[in-house]
Design a protein around this ligand. Structure first.
Ligand SMILES: [Ca+2]
Length: 174
């Protein structure tokens, strides 16, 4: 009996510790601004989101996203871009990207100050959301992530649930 109680206490402590370690993680869901042309400057979970020719789509048009009912995608006629930034460095963990037509690509570029740290791209091949891990950007300390969701004759996709985490403490990041 005593041993069992100790095991439970240990498990609870481990869960608390894990929760504390993950406290910096956020998921951007593009909720709160409504469907239609995306505002050029948005705020979510402490991040500034600067958009160029993007559209927020609601469940009436293309189904629910993976983090709340809305998702974000390129607008018609010109390339779209989403810059996610804040003063405190962070890391890019994953994003959810689905094909609405063709096999759309979303390109990702991570910057720290003026320097391109790494870039990656992800190709959706299903009409349901696929979760893509950060790849070349995994664990990289950045302060700006720029995403370019494709929308043209070759493919069109929708983006939701962009997961970001606090950068690990290290020299120069305090
Ligand atoms: Ca959403």
């Amino acid at each position: 009996m005593t041993a069992r109680i100790r095991r439970h206490a240990g498990a609870a402590a481990l869960m608390l510790w894990t929760g504390a370690a993950g406290a910096g993680s956020v998921s951007l869901g593009f909720e709160g601004y409504g469907a239609g042309a995306a505002p050029t400057d948005m705020v979510e979970d402490g991040f500034r989101l600067v958009t160029r020719n993007l559209v927020i789509s609601g469940p009436g048009k293309s189904g629910d996203g993976t983090d709340g009912p809305h998702e974000i995608e390129g607008g018609m006629g010109a390339p779209g871009a989403l810059a996610i930034l804040r003063d405190a460095p962070f890391t890019f963990v994953s994003l959810d990207w689905q094909a609405e037509a063709g096999t759309p690509v979303i390109r990702a570029e991570g910057y720290l100050g003026p320097h391109l740290v790494a870039r990656e791209q992800f190709t959706a091949r299903q009409p349901s959301y696929m979760t893509f891990e950060a790849g070349a950007l995994a664990g990289q300390v950045i302060d700006r992530l720029i995403l370019y969701p494709q929308r043209d004759g070759a493919g069109m996709g929708a983006l939701d649930r962009v997961i970001l985490d606090t950068a690990p403490e290290g020299p120069g990041t305090s």
